[in-house]
Design a protein around this ligand. Structure first.
Ligand code: NAD
Length: 270
């Protein structure tokens, strides 16, 4: 059965890719495209805004006004907007697929509280390739254990506002979990000056920002005499958008609860 999808942040980089991916899916249809309140794009055709031709769906700026028109919301906006949109969806038990990153711990706690009333699929990265990498990282960390030093590198375009990326943090969590460590206690987010020798259990992050890089991630497992690197490079936002549309069709069948892309792809470790 076709899943009716609404997209918030529809005028954003991911919003436009999500409109295109919804249109390309045999299992989904675009029911609503929502932009920031007061946007001059209200009334414009969503397909024309996304550069894929007319879809006969007019852009709106009020999610509440279109709540009855869709099955699942896909939200790639900002932490504040995502929290407000999730609250609205939970009033009607609408499923929500969340790609937004950069939540504070407090915002994360508020967001997760909505899983009682609505089905939520949250992932820092919706690409199939990255989710496969998460599975590989778990295996690599289990096999290589404490004999290796773990370092994570990520690069993104110049407009990205959070650092390290949500994907890099998720990769760190997966590795820390497999090694029985707590990422919060072991993460190092910057190195400068006389920093001393590397603490064995630390997990280091390095961030590059510039140009139009869609998203590069490498996790290094460094030992004496050899190293293993697991790398993912995204060359188009469509990889995230297609994954989010796939997650929406999967989520439509769920009533409430918290899921991630590993569940959608049947890659969960538990
Ligand atoms: P962007 O700035 O291009 O787009 C965000 C859009 O949200 C903007 O158009 C903005 O106007 C809109 N917005 C803000 N508040 C809104 C509101 N209240 N209602 C409707 N629209 C609102 O950013 P982007 O590159 O598209 O990224 C958006 C988010 O998605 C970021 O947090 C980014 O890190 C994340 N992201 C996640 C994945 C993933 O796979 N999980 C992939 C890429 C980006």
């Amino acid at each position: 059965m076709t899943t009716r999808i609404a997209v918030t942040g529809a005028a954003g980089r991911m919003g436009k890719a999500l409109i295109e991916a919804t249109q390309l899916s045999e299992h989904a249809t675009l029911a609503a495209a929502v932009v920031r309140p007061g946007s001059s794009l209200v009334g414009v055709d969503a397909g024309e805004m996304a550069g894929i031709g007319k879809l006969d769906v007019k852009v709106v700026d009020d999610l509440e006004a279109v709540l009855d028109s869709f099955d699942v919301l896909i939200d790639f906006t900002s932490p504040t907007a995502t929290l407000a949109n999730t609250k609205l969806c939970s009033t009607k038990g609408k499923g929500i697929v969340i790609g937004t990153t950069g939540f504070t711990e407090q915002e994360k706690t508020s967001l997760l509280s909505f899983q009682k009333n609505t089905a939520m699929c949250i992932a820092a990265n919706f690409s199939t390739g990255v989710n496969l990498c998460l599975k590989l990282l778990h295996t690599a960390a289990e096999v290589l254990g404490d004999d290796v030093d773990v370092e994570i590198y990520e690069a993104h375009h110049r407009h990205k506002v959070d650092s390290p990326s949500g994907t890099a943090l998720r990769m760190g969590e997966v590795v820390a979990d497999a090694l029985g460590r707590d990422l919060k206690a072991n993460a190092i987010y910057g190195r400068e000056g006389q920093i001393g020798a590397r603490e064995k259990e630390s997990i280091g992050f390095a961030t590059v920002r510039g140009g139009d890089v869609v998203g590069d991630h490498t996790v290094m497992f460094l030992a004496d005499g050899e190293r293993v690197e697991i790398t993912h490079k995204a060359s188009s936002r469509m990889s995230f958008a297609r994954g989010a549309v796939r997650a929406s069709c999967w989520l439509k069948e769920k009533n409430a609860g918290l899921f991630d892309m590993q569940d959608v792809l049947n890659l969960s470790n538990d």
